[in-house]
Design a protein around this ligand. Structure first.
Ligand SMILES: [Ca+2]
Ligand SMILES: [Ca+2]
Ligand SMILES: [Ca+2]
Ligand SMILES: [Ca+2]
Length: 382
């Protein structure tokens, strides 16, 4: 049984009952299937002769630069050529470890910086009223000129955090209970610096000045299984396309495309027979959406990958440790290994789950003497 953070209790009261959102029409599907030599439609990227640089990949197949043979999904990243060689949206990336939110119920919280083998390189203590549950990198320089983080305190406030630990609140969703009756949950930074946040039944876009606009809504009503779509609990962003993935607490999944405004529920939640419970998810660089979850039928823990083809979660890695509860996920974009924050009793840890093996072990753990502290949000550094 998952132990609940204080926040999920709000779910028990039901979430918003807003009108269903109609996804925008998509006119790109049929044309990409057209392989006729007479097809001259310029938006057609599916023709077999569309591999301009003859590297084996068309744009539709994931070639991010079809005029450069040194860029394709089959290549490894060269960290010195200022090219996104492996077409994952990151240029010259080299995974260097993790930042991890270490929340403290009784005093100052902090953000740990761990290197690739779990050594603490830095621990930034935060202001006293600054409580990090969800965590992401800020997109650009903050007010003090440094880069830093974006956090959510679990139910109300979204804030930026400077490298010196100073928190600046952007928006407090608890101050307008009519518009946001259930507060705010997961956050993620978009490619243009917009901070996306989910209010369970709506996707909010927060500008750097704190202005909030609702960019999508859907039906979230736990008392109406027939119409309920998704209780979107957490978010992640694809670093290549900027697409936002929304992970439902009861195993639903949806996407939002900032460039078109299209919102699509790809997997509606079955409240009467959920398959998966999850707190979070992440995008693996160049390879889709992943979530650390619990099989609702067996109670087993997995890292799941969302299969777009049949709209289902497919178990990737399983590990057997019944004292262990997966919270948040980060992925090493170079190796594909998974890093999961977890709480169990007094045992607070960041686990490393080796891709393809299911082997899981501590990357970092506390000495277990601080029961009021816990690891939550976790993000990869490059
Ligand atoms: Ca190509
Ligand atoms: Ca290419
Ligand atoms: Ca890359
Ligand atoms: Ca490169």
């Amino acid at each position: 049984m998952m132990r609940l953070l204080p926040v999920p209790l709000l779910l028990l009261a039901g979430c918003g009952q807003k009108p269903g959102f109609q996804p925008s029409p998509d006119d790109s599907v049929a044309d990409t299937q057209d392989t006729s030599p007479h097809d001259t439609n310029p938006d057609d990227t599916g023709d077999s002769d569309d591999d301009q640089d003859d590297d084996g990949f068309t744009v539709a197949e994931g070639d991010c630069d079809d005029n450069n043979v040194y860029a394709s999904p089959a290549r490894d990243e060269d960290t010195n050529d200022t090219i996104d060689n492996d077409c994952d949206g990151r240029v010259d990336e080299d995974w260097s470890g993790l930042d991890v939110a270490y929340a403290n119920d009784e005093g100052s919280s902090s953000i740990f910086n761990l290197d690739t083998i779990g050594r603490v390189q830095d621990e930034q203590t935060l202001d006293n009223d600054c409580y990090p549950v969800w965590l992401d990198h800020a997109a650009g320089p903050l007010s003090d000129g440094t880069d830093g983080w974006v956090i959510n305190n679990g139910y109300a406030k979204v804030s930026t955090v400077d490298r010196d630990g100073t928190c600046t609140d952007l928006f407090d969703f608890s101050e307008d209970t009519d518009a946001y009756p259930y507060g705010v949950y997961g956050i993620a930074t978009g490619l243009d610096g917009t901070i996306y946040a989910t209010t369970l039944g709506g996707l909010q876009a927060i500008a750097p000045d704190g202005t909030v606009s609702e960019v999508a809504t859907w039906t979230c009503d736990l008392y109406s299984p027939e119409t309920h779509e998704i209780a979107a609990y957490s978010l992640a962003v694809d670093p290549l396309t900027g697409e936002v993935g929304l992970f439902g607490y009861f195993g639903g999944f949806a996407t939002y495309d900032p460039s078109s405004g299209a919102f699509n529920v790809l997997l509606k939640e079955d409240l009467e027979a959920p398959a998966v419970y999850t707190y979070s998810g992440a995008h693996k660089d160049g390879d889709g959406w992943y979530s650390p979850g619990i099989d609702a039928n067996t109670g087993a823990y997995y890292v799941y990958r969302f299969n777009i083809g049949d709209s289902s979660w497919v178990a990737q890695e399983e590990w057997a440790d019944e004292d262990w509860e997966p919270f948040m996920l980060a992925i090493d974009g170079d190796t594909g290994d998974y890093y999961v924050t977890a709480n169990a009793g007094w045992f607070y840890t960041v686990w490393r789950v080796v891709a393809g093996s299911g082997y899981a072990a501590d990357l970092y753990t506390t000495d277990g003497t601080v029961p009021h502290r816990g690891f939550y949000g976790i993000v990869s550094n490059y």
